[in-house]
Design a protein around this ligand. Sequence first.
Ligand SMILES: [Fe+2]
Length: 318
Amino acid sequence: MRYQLKQIHCRPWTLSGLSLPLMESHYENNYGGAMRRLNAISEQLAALDFTKAPAHVINGLKREELVALNSTLLHELYFACLGGDGTRPTPAIKEALARDFGSYDRWRDEFLSMGYALGGGAGWVLLTYVPRDGRLMNQYAAEHTQSIASGVPILALDMYEHAYHLDFGANAKAYAETFLRNVDWKAVEGRYEDATAVPAPRPLVQEEFRDVPGVGVEEMKAMMDSGQPVQVVDVRPRHSVSRTKDIADGAIWRDPERVQDWIGELSKAEPVIVYCVYGFHVGCRTAMALREAGFDAKYMTGGHAGWKAIGGPVKMKA
Ligand SMILES: [Fe+2]
């Protein structure tokens, strides 16, 4: 594939405190340089016989491809962030930042401080939307390569020296503040709208157990920590339980093959949570059997593995 250069998005002569020579040098040498590098690397990769190439050649080219590709993407975003009155974020952006950072000022302090911290070094500060979590975060990215998987950056502050040295010398702080004063918040808002349209990763769906209520491992831990009355039953199959030494603290183990033998031990006055190894059919089926018998029963999603993954307390089996 041959990558195509994008026109500079902002109008450089409208910017305040960022000179034409700085912007032109940045666009032509750094963005343009990354694009030229990316195309040269792509050509080499296209011609490479991967089955015969040594590992260090493959690793080197793929690493440099990632650096150059991200550099082009981030520089295009950087230029598209400029050209507005940065002192006046739009109401929608202020609201989103207040939701995820507490307030616009708190976000601004964090974003700028991350920029100052990169002064004298190199890297990006990115305001990124993470679809999985449905929230914005300020992200550090060095070497153009540390973008959050699935994240959508909507505001990019370039803290490489080439972005400011011509105008600001080593004064990275003054540059970061000048950058923010030139941010086009209307454009940021447009990108935020696009980013929030990206769906979260598809959840696990167990069609046959759609109607069985589940509780997350975090929720069960919170219930147990708060002393809420709950009967927790480990219903991992006998063969699974025999190959592990531990059980969730506060749980009892009962054989899922013999529900009718132990169902009488449970009280209908308190909720029941059952869990199996990973949260699939054994836990769901046991919860269904208990619900059919009139218990307020749920299964714990994630199972024993999920409980251990959150660091839930365990005890050694008797
Ligand atoms: Fe740059």
